[in-house]
Design a protein around this ligand. Structure first.
Ligand SMILES: C[S@@+](CC[C@H](N)C(=O)[O-])C[C@H]1O[C@@H](n2cnc3c(N)ncnc32)[C@H](O)[C@@H]1O
Length: 282
């Protein structure tokens, strides 16, 4: 019996197709698609609040701790509200935080002031366009889900890394808890985002043989009440306008959400991320 021939996977093309299919679906279904800054409004603040609980046991910070030296310059690409930038700035000489979203930069600047941190340079640009000098340690956490052209992005991360580079990406999907609901509301499946496994392949294809460490995914969604949960899930479902959508979402959430620490959340199921890292030079 012939085993046949198995085509090799073109990981860079696979990545592009995942990102573009998801983007096309958003453009087709979501009436709010294409806002100039996707983090504008309440989204950046919600992310900051969710991320604020994770400092103490953050797996990326724990991974970096034994690898950092006091004179290091760290580059944080897609720094967001500074979940990693702010604690890292307290351990090294300087952090350069690249962040294209004005809404996120506002939270980052506020966080830096609140923490009394003065050794962070904020670069208002996207990657790979941003112009920065090489850094000892480069990090890029939960940024590349929507980057169709992943090769120049990771090549430039590698090019500006002097000693250590670490990227973090989910194993599963951001919408894992509402994929069935998505299909029920829209009559089609949600196109899936690339995961850390796709990134491992894409990195290998450009010649970067990264290590993969499995870590817990620590940002859990919490909602103050059912109305807030319905509003958030409605947005995560790409803002369906059908008259029955709101009722279907409310009924589903009312049946599934459980109270946790005075808020509502989906019942806990373990979630994981991949920490992809590689060393260079000394
Ligand atoms: C989910 S947040 C993660 C923030 C932070 N790295 C963390 O892990 O807490 C993703 C961030 O990446 C930024 N981002 C998206 N595309 C980017 C790009 N091409 N270059 C740099 N940053 C980008 C977004 O503006 C957002 O602030």
């Amino acid at each position: 019996m012939s085993m046949g021939f198995i085509e090799p996977i073109d990981y860079l093309e696979r990545w592009r197709q995942l990102v573009e299919a998801r983007d096309d679906q958003g453009r087709r279904l979501d009436s709010q698609y294409g806002r100039s800054d996707e983090w504008a409004g309440a989204r950046a603040d919600r992310f900051r609040q969710l991320a604020a609980h994770t400092h103490d046991d953050d797996p990326l910070l724990a991974h970096l701790r034994p690898r950092l030296r006091p004179n290091d310059v760290v580059l944080d690409v897609g720094a967001g509200p500074g979940r990693h930038t702010i604690p890292l700035a307290q351990q090294v000489a300087r952090v350069v935080a690249v962040e294209p979203s004005a809404a996120m930069r506002a939270h980052l600047t506020e966080g830096l002031t609140r923490a009394g941190v003065a050794n962070v340079e904020v670069v208002a640009a996207g990657w790979p366009a941003a112009s920065v000098k090489p850094a000892d340690v480069v990090i890029c956490s939960h940024v590349v889900y929507g980057v169709a052209d992943i090769a120049p992005f990771v090549r430039k991360l590698d090019a500006v890394t002097r000693r250590h580079c670490a990227m973090v990406l989910r194993y599963g999907q951001r919408e894992a808890q509402i994929l069935d609901l998505f299909a029920k509301v829209w009559g089609e499946k949600r196109c899936l985002a690339p995961t850390c496994l796709d990134l491992l392949g894409a990195l290998a294809q450009v010649g970067i043989l990264a290590n993969l460490t499995v870590v817990p995914f620590t940002i859990g969604q919490r909602f103050p009440d059912l109305d807030a949960a319905v509003a958030q899930v409605h947005a995560d479902l790409l803002n369906p306008t059908s008259p029955t959508a709101e009722r279907i979402i409310r009924e589903d959430l009312a049946a599934r959400l459980v109270p946790i620490d005075g808020a509502l959340a989906f019942p806990r199921s373990p979630a994981y991320a991949g920490l992809l890292w590689w060393d260079k030079g000394d």
